[in-house]
Each structure stands twice: as structure tokens, then as C-alpha cells.
Design a protein around this ligand. Structure first.
Ligand SMILES: NC(=O)c1ccc[n+]([C@@H]2O[C@H](COP(=O)([O-])OP(=O)(O)OC[C@H]3O[C@@H](n4cnc5c(N)ncnc54)[C@H](O)[C@@H]3O)[C@@H](O)[C@H]2O)c1
Length: 372
């Protein structure tokens, strides 16, 4: 198969979808790998490393999309890329369709096939291509939160762990999945008082067993959230309902009840956010303040640590990319249930129900394409 890896052009996105080691694995199996010039540079992989791994360098993004049967990317295509996508082309990347109507409509019109990292779901319901980035974002959420709690950056001026004779900061984490667990571990390690709020009792039992004593769990419901946010210093939004928009757990009317200088880090912003007042921001201009509460809502947090993120992501995506290259998307999806759930759009038809529902667009069951 001919595989193309374009350079990411979203604001401050320095990750790349394939490392030289990954390129070598594909080339070794007889595939052609085209890397757009300087695509790996932001992650510390210059063109020469790809060339010595057997890949070929193409000068422009147009050449890369034009040559490839399968495009492997990190972030969803942005508007300037829509016209480069070809009918029948396979795109393997993050899409987050349910929170982006123009992207969904553009991909439908392109008649491409879109396999979304975020809906690749194992039979045990785990999301193997979200996990590595969630691990990174969860850990980063606390680094960022701690930073913005500093007074010169608009925060209350509290040190997460405090010092002897002072109380530590109170951290609330909404959603105790991968992001929430890694955020909680980091915050607890720094000495904060941490509460994880989730709706899954089974998960909270597990967290209660594995977390240190300064991490408590609490049922997530409006009553408890209203009560707990009034004295929280840092709140991390880490809720996910797979393939759907995140529910607004903190609503606009709750902000005046919060402390001046409290910080909200809504990691779930890429699925619409679980805090009503969160709108996506960038690494260049990451925060804004409403009612004295600092909002940090960067939709591509792992993009700021591209070295760690690229290695973590490609460790997880490469086995699937190899399978797609070897068998094509149809046979790969028949062989591996998680690739079937990853299919969101086939030849311009939406085959992932939550995406079709989000914008009231026609839905076609994926089985239509996976028969015979
Ligand atoms: N901004 C970024 O750069 C970035 C990076 C990685 C992940 N994310 C996003 O972070 C979010 C969380 O990802 P994850 O991997 O931790 O997901 P996950 O599925 O591991 O965890 C989600 C958790 O939310 C819980 N939940 C569902 N409804 C809830 C509710 N009403 N109240 C409290 N908890 C509830 C679930 O029970 C689950 O434990 C996703 O939206 C993901 O896309 C964003």
C-alpha cells in the first residue's frame, strides 16, 4: 500500500503520525511510505532518519495527499486540507467528529473513508488509541493547573501541595478514566487533596484501592458537584461518553459560586467540554477568565510535549497501521472488532451512529460495507 504522512498544520501541533522506526516496519513489509518534508522535525525526527529507514520524502502537503492510498495523521484535517482528500482514500487519524459539524460534512462530501483513532474500541470497551494521549493530557493537566494557580498567571496563588503548616490545594477531577487517573496520581504525588467524581461505582471501587490516601472518590451528580466546587482550587474536566458530546457538568450559573482565582482545566474540550463556559483555546493563547475563574481549554494538550506524545501515540497506532496496510480497511475491520468500531465514514456515508445523530445526518450501518 502507498502510505502518506503529512506534516501537521494545526496551531502548535508538533507531533507526527509515524516515527522512523514505524516507517521501517512498513517499508520492511513491502509498503511505500511517503513523508512530507519536515513532518517529523517537531518531534525530533529529521527527514534523514526517515530516508535511512526506507521512506521517501515529498516536498509538499499536496504531493503527500495526492500520492497516498492511506493517510496517517495525528489531528483531524483542517479546512485547507479538505480539498486535498480524494474519493476512496483511507484516513487514519483523530477526528472527533461529534463536536465538529463542518469537518463531518466535508469528509462526507469527499467520499473518503475515515477511521477515527478515538472510536477504535476493544471488546472490553477500552480505547487503545485514546489511552496514550489521555495519559499525557492527564499528567499535563496538573502541571498546567499548578502553573495557572500562580498569582501572576491569574490564579489564587496557592501551591498544590502547600508546605508544612499550610493546607494543600483542593483538586476535583470530573471523570476517573485514563485522564482522571493520571491527573489524580500527579496531583496526589504533589501533595494536593484530590477528589475524583465519576458515575461508575465499579471504577471508583478500583480507584479507591489503587490510589494513595490523599485521593478520595465521590459520586458525580449535580448536587455533589454544586457543593464541592465552591471551595475547589483546581478542577480538571476528564469526562468521556465515547463518540458523543461531553455533558456539561459545570454550568455557567455555577461559576459565581466558585473561588476567585480557581482554575478549570477542561481536558474534555475536544469532545465539546464538560464545563459549559469552556471553548477551545490554543497553546499560544491557552487561557481566559470568566467570573474570576481561569479557564484552560487547549484541545491538543499533548501537542506541547511532542517527543513524549509521538512515541506514546505511535507505539499504539503502528500495529493497526500495519494491519490496514497489509489487508486494506475492509478485511482489517472484519478481522479485528476494534477497527470496525473505528470506522466513522465509508465512501462518504456516516457509519457511526453517534456522529450521524449529533448533526441529524443520514446513518448507514457499517455492516452494509462489511458483508460478503
Ligand atoms: N484536550 C486534550 O488534549 C485531550 C487529550 C487526551 C484526551 N482528551 C479527552 O479527555 C476526555 C477523557 O478521556 P479519557 O481517556 O480519560 O476517557 P475515559 O473513558 O477513560 O474516562 C472517562 C470517564 O468519564 C466518566 N464519566 C462519564 N460520565 C460522567 C459524569 N456524568 N460524571 C463524571 N464522570 C463521568 C466515565 O465513567 C469514565 O470513567 C475525552 O474527552 C478525551 O477525548 C483530551
Amino acid at each position: 500500500m502507498i502510505i502518506g504522512v503529512p506534516k501537521e498544520i494545526k496551531n502548535n501541533e508538533n507531533r507526527v503520525a509515524l516515527t522512523p522506526a514505524g516507517a521501517q516496519e512498513l517499508v520492511k513489509r513491502g509498503h511505500t511510505v511517503y513523508i512530507q518534508h519536515t513532518a517529523g522535525e517537531g518531534s525530533g525526527f529529521p527527514d534523514e532518519l526517515y530516508v535511512s529507514a526506507g521512506a521517501q520524502i515529498l516536498p509538499s502537503i499536496e504531493d503527500t495527499y495526492g500520492a497516498a492510498e492511506m493517510i496517517i495523521k495525528v489531528k483531524e484535517p483542517i479546512e485547507s486540507e479538505y480539498k486535498l482528500i480524494k474519493e476512496g482514500q483511507l484516513l487514519f487519524t483523530y477526528f472527533h467528529f461529534a463536536s465538529h459539524e463542518p469537518l463531518t460534512r466535508a469528509m462526507v462530501e469527499s467520499k473518503a473513508t475515515c477511521l477515527a483513532y478515538e472510536t477504535v474500541e476493544r471488546p472490553d470497551r477500552s480505547l487503545p488509541l485514546l489511552i496514550p494521549m489521555s495519559e499525557v493530557a492527564g499528567r499535563m493537566a496538573i502541571q498546567k493547573g499548578a502553573n495557572y494557580l500562580e498569582k501572576p498567571l491569574g490564579g489564587k496563588g496557592i501551591l498544590l501541595g502547600g508546605v508544612p503548616g499550610t493546607l494543600p490545594a483542593k483538586v476535583i477531577i470530573l471523570g476517573g478514566g485514563i485522564v482522571g487517573t493520571h491527573a489524580a496520581a500527579m496531583a496526589a504525588g504533589l501533595g494536593a487533596d484530590v477528589i475524583i467524581m465519576d458515575v461508575n461505582l465499579q471504577r471508583m471501587r478500583y480507584l479507591n484501592e489503587i490510589m494513595p490516601a490523599n485521593v478520595k472518590t465521590m459520586m458525580s451528580n449535580e448536587y455533589n458537584i454544586r457543593k464541592m466546587i465552591t471551595n475547589a482550587d483546581l478542577i480538571v474536566g476528564a469526562v468521556l461518553i465515547p463518540g458523543a458530546k461531553a455533558p456539561h457538568l459545570i454550568t455557567r450559573d455555577m461559576l459565581p459560586t466558585m473561588q476567585n482565582g480557581a482554575v478549570l482545566v477542561d481536558v474534555a474540550v475536544d469532545q465539546g467540554g464538560c464545563i459549559e463556559t469552556c471553548k477551545p483555546t490554543t497553546h499560544q493563547d491557552p487561557t481566559y477568565v470568566i467570573d474570576g475563574v481561569v479557564h484552560y481549554c487547549v484541545a491538543n494538550m499533548p501537542g506541547a510535549v511532542p517527543y513524549t506524545s509521538t512515541l506514546a501515540l505511535t507505539n499504539a497506532t503502528l500495529p493497526y497501521a500495519i494491519l490496514l496496510a497489509e489487508k486494506g480497511w475492509k478485511q482489517a475491520a472484519l478481522d479485528l472488532p476494534e477497527l470496525k468500531t473505528g470506522l466513522n465514514i465509508i465512501n462518504g456515508e456516516i457509519v457511526y451512529e453517534a456522529v450521524a445523530q449529533a448533526f441529524d445526518l443520514p446513518f448507514v450501518p457499517v455492516e452494509k460495507y462489511l458483508q460478503d
